[in-house]
Design a binder for this molecule. Sequence first.
Ligand code: ADP
Ligand code: MG
Length: 366
Amino acid sequence: MDSGRDAHNLGMTLTEDAVRDALRQVQDPDLHRDIVFLGFVKAISIEGSSVHVVVELTTPACPVREELQAACENAIRDLTPATEIRIEMTAQVRKKSGPDSELVPGVKHIIAIASGKGGVGKSTVTVNLAVALAQTGAKVGLLDADVYGPCIPLMMGAKDEKPFTQANKIIPIQRYGVKMMSLGFLLEEGNAVMWRGPMVAGTVRQLLADVDWGDLDYLLADLPPGTGDAPMSLAQLVPLTGVVIVSTPHNVASNIAGKAVQLFRRLNSPILGVVENMGAYTDPVSGERRQMFYGASGDELAKDLKVPFLGSIPFDPEISQSGDAGVPSVIMHPGTPQAGAFQRIAGKVAQQSSILAMTRTELKQA
Ligand SMILES: Nc1ncnc2c1ncn2[C@@H]1O[C@H](COP(=O)(O)OP(=O)(O)O)[C@@H](O)[C@H]1O
Ligand SMILES: [Mg+2]
């Protein structure tokens, strides 16, 4: 009965300050600061022998949520082993630092999904990331900025919807917890548009400013492939939190992906990272690992471009089927390797956005 800890339990009452000090041992692995310094500890209450702590993360899609929760519990447990400890994890997405977007003032993060080449699965990745983020409880919008071939309505099971207008704003269509808008909803089917640069810019502007997006944590924009007018317009019209580059593991696709990265860097839009799509998969019959493409992998590409690698989505015909059926994989095939991959990548995207939201100066002031 002579240890310091027992003396503590018997003699001293546990104080909020002592709990707060203990929580200073818990570091955010991305921001490299402790959670008290970062302002994540929102409330500490002590009642008898039970401690209740409210921790507010910067995104509900935080991939290290459980890890942080356990670390908080352990830190308090070290202080006072006899206590009942409840760590409540909440989240409030922090706004991107820098100027607000005048066109979409209620949107905290605008994230563009881009690729060098068409057909790499950019739209497939965008819809699944949007739905996966919404599944965590985030408020999510999906902007189909592929004015040449809008396919979001089809992939989200909403191709026959016609949005209506209220108070001069177009009301987005909702599916799977995501608000979306696409030129596909607004054009008559089969009406081809002969696009010129200024028209693309005007249309992207309308899809942002004329739509009642309301308050969103994340607005994901699906771009047409390449480095044309749509990506240029989007990056010039609104401050992007960052760009996700989708590529397939073959050399042609990854070489062209580098060009897209260069464009966004010139436009001062940060690159959140690279997603490899149609990557290695497990053959359902033989159980062997197989590849569709043999070339530069997504993580090699990310290393070359000096950007984070966000993960790989396996090649799987089910992904294609769910796209055609209008039910994203994360809804249609939950629990599969591909759904898990989309969900992990959504967490990484949210995590990278949070890191960018807290600039160095903010970290100093936190
Ligand atoms: N991981 C995958 N496995 C199998 N098929 C896929 C995968 N990702 C995308 N596809 C299919 O590839 C085609 C192109 O995808 P899409 O998302 O339209 O590409 P992009 O928007 O880059 O042009 C679609 O038919 C889609 O269903
Ligand atoms: Mg597409």
